[in-house]
Design a protein around this ligand. Structure first.
Ligand SMILES: Cc1cc2nc3c(=O)[nH]c(=O)nc-3n(C[C@H](O)[C@H](O)[C@H](O)COP(=O)(O)OP(=O)(O)OC[C@H]3O[C@@H](n4cnc5c(N)ncnc54)[C@H](O)[C@@H]3O)c2cc1C
Length: 383
């Protein structure tokens, strides 16, 4: 064990790669680790990677998504201009009830839109190339792939991973696999989804979203167009042996519930055909992955509250007493960015910027995304 990194990030999805990008502006001693053989092989590789506004009445989550969408769209345009297609998205209400809801949201639209086809066109809508973006964002940091972190412990103020790699600061961006975070309040559920890439004789000029999303198409040959369709939602008990298999490029997806994959593929083709005539669509590629969502849908960012030490110091928290967030005891030099759910490509650059501002400048994170909210809720519930 000779080298000590200033930062180690575990997880090379969009959360980890975005964090690597912003940290690399401040340090040249960063190691990004993943158990897979490359970046974007977990949920980040399965994503349709659409950037689309959240419609609804004003609330804190919508406000967060709106800020993140504006930030991330500009960020990708500036830093990865070849890997974002800002061709707009047509949002189509699923039924009459959905149309009524849309009408009621009109006074609260955060982005320009106009009526188009049988829905509403938002110019802000984009799709990004997930693999290229992760690769570009992580280009300036050292990487170690096919390396699984099984344990970490603190010794003399440093983190030691698997008894062999050492760092000052540890950032866990491990998506749906939260086995490295030992806090009971850190509750993430995995919702599995699927994306298919299809080739067809018809072209699609924009992104569409109704019961599924369809991307604009790329023309690869005369009369041959490729576009993607995502996503399904399946709650599957997350079996890490299964996860590792399906993430593994060499093994492919055959080891993971082939019948479910077949059913989802059929469902996606039908839903897409309900949006647009997708012609002679032939499936070229299938990707599946787990979206990692927190119980209140807000992301989980920043330092981890140490529940044992905090409850030892403030036992009356269990009786409902109030303790200010900044007085809770946090684990030094240990950070997380997780729970980005179905909007990882919208939220991650924005959240990673906020996280790095916290790490470098000690800037306080918004309470809605930081860990005290989960800790306090957990204490209240388990009292
Ligand atoms: C089908 C589908 C469609 C989606 N569509 C969209 C969309 O259109 N727009 C959008 O914004 N979002 C979309 N999402 C959501 C988005 O993909 C996720 O929110 C995002 O990818 C999560 O990124 P992440 O970095 O947190 O997790 P991941 O990408 O899963 O990365 C976590 C990484 O951590 C690694 N890891 C975990 N534990 C360890 C360990 N112990 N040691 C080493 N490595 C470890 C894993 O191997 C993995 O690579 C979609 C998701 C799915 C599944």
């Amino acid at each position: 064990m000779n080298k000590t990194y200033e930062y180690i990030i575990i997880g090379a999805g969009i959360a980890g790669c975005s964090t690597a990008y912003f940290l690399s502006k401040h340090s040249s001693s960063i190691l990004l680790i993943d158990r897979n053989c490359d970046v974007a092989q977990g949920a980040s590789g399965a994503a349709g990677a659409f950037l689309s506004p959240l419609l609804g009445k004003p609330n804190a989550f919508k406000d967060l998504v709106t800020k993140a969408l504006s930030f991330s769209t500009s960020f990708y345009k500036e830093n990865t201009p070849l890997d974002i297609q800002n061709c707009g998205v047509v949002r189509i209400p699923k039924n009459e009830e959905d149309e009524e809801k849309f009408q009621s949201y009109k006074p609260y639209m955060d982005f320009e839109y106009k009526k188009e086809e049988n829905g509403y066109f938002f110019e802000i809508g984009s799709q990004v190339n997930s693999y290229n973006i992760c690769n570009t964002l992580a280009k300036d940091v050292e990487k170690r792939f096919k390396y699984e972190v099984l344990s970490y412990k603190k010794e003399d103020g440093h983190w030691i991973l698997n008894d062999e790699i050492k760092c000052k600061n540890l950032i866990i961006t491990s998506g749906a696999d939260t086995s490295l975070v030992k806090e009971n309040y850190f509750n993430i559920r995995a919702v599995w989804g699927q994306k298919i890439d299809v080739e067809s004789n018809v072209s699609i000029l924009k992104n569409y979203h109704k019961a599924c999303s369809i991307s604009f198409s790329k023309n690869v040959e005369e009369d041959l167009h490729i576009f993607s369709i995502g996503a399904t939602h399946n709650r599957i008990e997350c079996n890490l042996n299964i996860c590792n298999c399906c993430f593994d490029k060499d093994k492919g997806h055959d080891t993971y519930t082939p019948s479910l994959i077949k059913k989802d593929t059929q469902e996606l083709l039908e839903k897409a055909n309900d949006i647009k005539n997708i012609g002679s669509a032939k499936v070229r590629n299938i990707k599946i992955g787990p979206r990692a969502s927190s119980l209140d849908y807000f992301p989980i960012v920043g330092k981890l509250v140490d529940s044992v030490k905090t409850l030892e110091k403030y036992p009356h928290l269990k009786n409902g007493s109030h303790v200010k967030n900044d007085m809770l005891i946090t684990e030094e030099n240990l950070f997380v960015l997780n729970g980005v759910g179905g909007r990882g490509y919208v939220l991650s650059p924005y959240l990673a910027k906020n996280l790095v501002d916290e790490i470098i400048d000690n800037k306080l994170l918004n309470v809605e995304i930081s860990t005290p909210r989960l800790f306090k809720r957990w204490v209240k519930k388990n009292n």
